[in-house]
Design a protein. Sequence first.
Length: 420
Amino acid sequence: MYDLLVVGAGPYGLSIASHAAAAGLNLRVLGRPMASWRDHMPRGMFLKSEPWASNLADPQGRWRLDAYCATRGLAARHAEPIPVEEFAAYGLWFAHHAVPPVDERMVSRVTAHPAGFEAVTEDGEVLHARTVALAVGVMPFVEVPSPLRGLHPAYISHSSHHGDLGRFRDKDVTVIGGGQAALETAALLAEQGTRVRVMARADRLCWNGVPPALQRPWWQSARAPHSGLGCGWRNWFYAERPNLFHRLPEQTRARVSATALGPAGAWWVRDRVERAVEVVLGREVTAARVVPNGVQLETVSRHGERHSLETEHVIAATGFRATLDRLDLLSGELRGSLLMAADGSPAVGRQFESSHHGLFLAGLLTASAFGPAMRFVQGATFTATTLVRGVCHRLRVTPPVGTIPTATSRARAEALRAHG
């Protein structure tokens, strides 16, 4: 019987496991480390977040991204994006140094058990644990517009389904969406010789500007402080005070989670899109059907004008929607016992515990509870420190002094480190 079973080995799962091990918990970590980053992002993509805001979390802050980059002879500088493949390798390096050995089997089912929980691995082994932390990432929550859902996978895919875009070379592809995933995917497609267009509902694309220097006059920093989610006091609040965000009214939290930090492209992909990608704005897909040469999309503009477009393949870069009904990993009985938040996600308490005692949640599933930071690696530090304290409280375990710093002290240390 384990104290804690961590399901998922991405940035959140590994960070939780590192803190749990330091707290002396008997734990097991299951899942392929950094699977989404290794398997579901094509080569050539870059990390949109700043390197100093992309650290996985160990209690002492030793195994940071800049420390990994130094071992590789790479620079982790402000305003210089890190290749996704290097970030994935960093996660494996972190797992090697800061986490107990990871069991790379996937968990197929988690059910409630009189003594806690029962988890079944993909090959049928049954594991028992007093508590469970679900850090399943984003892949269970892929969102595709309803008019496209009935098409065969040969004609429609999600942007997260591609570790390699080579199959689309010399084809005609339409990318749906206006955020970073859509724009960077389109840029990579164009650069390999694909005829590609981006179609978005918005009337214009939004682009993030080059971030200001870390070292600025005090009055500039006071007006728009840096944070792991961008400049400005609102972003600082989301990034540095998720505990206070959790105290906001539920409807407010749900609204902010759905609208804050909306679709936008990074400054370093803008020129690549504007010089090589056709952009179709103000259009929404209303219907789609297979035709001899691929897919025919029926679209409507904001003014009601209707248009048809034929393309060989559609890539929906339309994000993820983390709702309770998509959490198929949980047994129907366990899933049905959980309380639901206003946006359909599972309700979680102030220490990331769900309404079922002992079941803790992390990552995108908790964005409506703790804010937009939970959609990014930025949120892993607060989650790991807070969640593991919650697990220890549930188990009535007192972790060794100093093994789990408070979220506030970690945030202060990270800020000082980032600003030199």
